[in-house]
Design a protein around this ligand. Structure first.
Ligand SMILES: [Zn+2]
Length: 119
């Protein structure tokens, strides 16, 4: 859960998509934004896990917990559904089935997120 790292890598992807693909396919900003969103929003499951575990809603405390205490036992036993490859593959299949390019770009951002997390 390193939001700043995920945001900047997603931002690089966003700008690359906007600068390179736009001229080829006349892509709109939502496709690039979907990539950026996919590379960052995946960490929402950390917050959901934190709230369900500790009944605390402070997002700053949550962020500090995951940066500071990521190796403690309670964290190692967590289940983060958005950090599972099976979840990503399911959404990838759905994006192909419904032929939604925006969802596909979201999955590409998500894929990058999991690679950066070392999953
Ligand atoms: Zn993550």
């Amino acid at each position: 859960m390193e939001l700043i790292k995920h945001f900047w890598v997603g931002w690089v992807g966003f700008t690359l998509i906007m600068s390179s693909v736009k001229s080829l396919f006349d892509v709109n900003i939502w496709i690039a934004f979907a990539f950026l969103l996919g590379s960052v929003i995946v960490d929402i499951d950390h917050y959901i896990w934190y709230v369900s575990k500790f009944r605390k809603y402070n997002i700053v405390d949550c962020y500090s917990f995951f940066l500071r205490d990521r190796d403690i036992k309670v964290y190692r036993n967590k289940f983060l559904v958005l950090h599972k490859w099976t979840s990503l593959i399911l959404v990838l299949v759905v994006s192909f089935l419904i032929q939604n390019f925006i969802l596909l770009m979201f999955v590409y951002g998500w894929f990058l997120h999991l690679m950066l997390d070392g999953k």
